[in-house]
Design a protein around this ligand. Structure first.
Ligand code: AMP
Ligand code: MG
Length: 343
């Protein structure tokens, strides 16, 4: 299959959106940018189309997909008994990087969307391209991240092409995404509501809006409790070489690099700007020190860049876990499988 990479330019974009919407309506797949990462979209009511998402990604069939909607009012159409908390969250955080798990209205979505669960994840994304595609197609669009399963999520159209070239008909190229890590997944069917996957919308931001929030998923990464989202056991976010976490301290990183190179290893380093003088074989500057939001935007691109090297080991600098930093550390911990270099 030929993959069309269609760059959005302002002028003439209506045709591009019309083409993309037509593909979706005919059961095809379209990759598109959101403010978190690029999504791989299909008509959420079309079982064959949704099955194609799992095929293109090599995604395990028991890992459900998020359904993207163009307006908050659509919650009513797709959820059975909408809890008050859903309206409050939508009001406060939509469009935005928050996925709400609610009871699905039976018989609306293709069975594969929910992977056999009676709940569905709904999100109204805050990216003009995603919103325009949703509006033009008029469809609920099931869309996981547009990467091959087990690879870091794509944060620019080139990442999507690297994984999906020849497998999908259309990529809407809207440039790099902003936030760079996936949405917060909030389960509103449990009491209290629970964060299943941390993201840019944190427990501290949710509490003033809906009261008590359980963030066991965040706790799970500290080794306190088992993860509960069905997809979590599959999420690797791993480049080819093993990742080890290390504090963003010039002296510590220099020592680690010297020791590893002394053992004959080639070292790639993912660290904030200003860490170029550590002696590592490759250095991918990733955001600024003490500014986790600047790291989240670049993290996946840096992990992917490491795959383009011959590194034997990747050192990745940790971030402060306040705000979005908690979600960045969640992804870093997954990439590193918990491996940390301590001096
Ligand atoms: P991705 O689309 O690749 O960002 O992954 C979607 C994430 O949302 C996975 O971690 C899923 O397990 C989670 N998810 C989607 N739908 C549900 C649901 N109905 N219940 C719980 N988690 C869900
Ligand atoms: Mg994903």
């Amino acid at each position: 299959m030929d993959t069309v990479m269609s760059q959005l330019k302002g002028e003439g974009d209506e045709t591009r959106f019309r083409d993309a919407a037509k593909i979706l309506k005919n059961g095809g797949l379209v990759a598109f940018p959101t403010e978190t990462v690029y999504g791989l979209g299909a008509d959420a009511t079309n079982e064959e189309a949704v099955a194609d998402i799992y095929r293109a990604k090599g995604r395990p069939s028991d890992n459900p997909l998020i359904v993207h909607i163009g307006t908050a009012a659509e919650i009513e159409r797709y959820a059975e008994e909408v809890p008050e908390s859903a309206w409050k969250c939508a009001e406060a955080f939509w469009p935005g990087p928050l996925t709400l798990i609610v009871h699905a209205k039976p018989g609306v979505f293709a069975p594969s969307v929910t992977a056999g669960l009676d709940t569905v994840g709904l999100r109204m994304p805050a990216h003009p391209v995603a919103l325009e595609l949703l509006k033009t197609s008029g469809l609920p669009v099931a869309a996981p991240s547009a990467n091959t399963s087990g690879k870091p999520s794509p944060t620019c159209a080139e990442h999507v092409a690297a994984d999906m070239e020849g497998k999908i008909p259309y990529i809407l190229d809207g440039g790099p995404t902003g936030i760079g890590i996936e949405s917060t997944v909030l389960d509103l069917t449990s009491e209290p509501p629970a964060i299943l996957r941390p993201g840019a919308v944190t427990a501290d931001m949710l509490r003033p809006v809906i009261g008590e929030v359980n963030h066991s998923a965040e706790a799970a990464d500290a080794g306190e409790e088992a993860p509960r989202a069905p997809g979590m056991k599959y999420t690797h976010y791993s480049p080819d070489a093993p990742v080890w976490l290390i504090e963003p301290d010039l002296g510590q990183i220099r020592n680690a690099v010297t020791r590893l190179r002394g053992e004959g290893k080639r070292v790639a380093l993912i660290a904030p700007e200003g860490f170029g003088e550590t002696g590592s074989d490759w250095y991918f500057p990733t955001g600024r020190l003490n500014d986790p939001a600047s790291v989240s935007g670049k993290l996946y691109a840096s992990l992917r860049a490491c795959d383009g090297t011959d590194a034997d080991i990747i050192l990745a600098a940790t971030v402060d876990d306040a705000g979005i930093g908690g979600a960045v550390m969640n992804r870093l911990n997954k990439a590193a499988g918990g491996r940390t270099i301590r001096s």
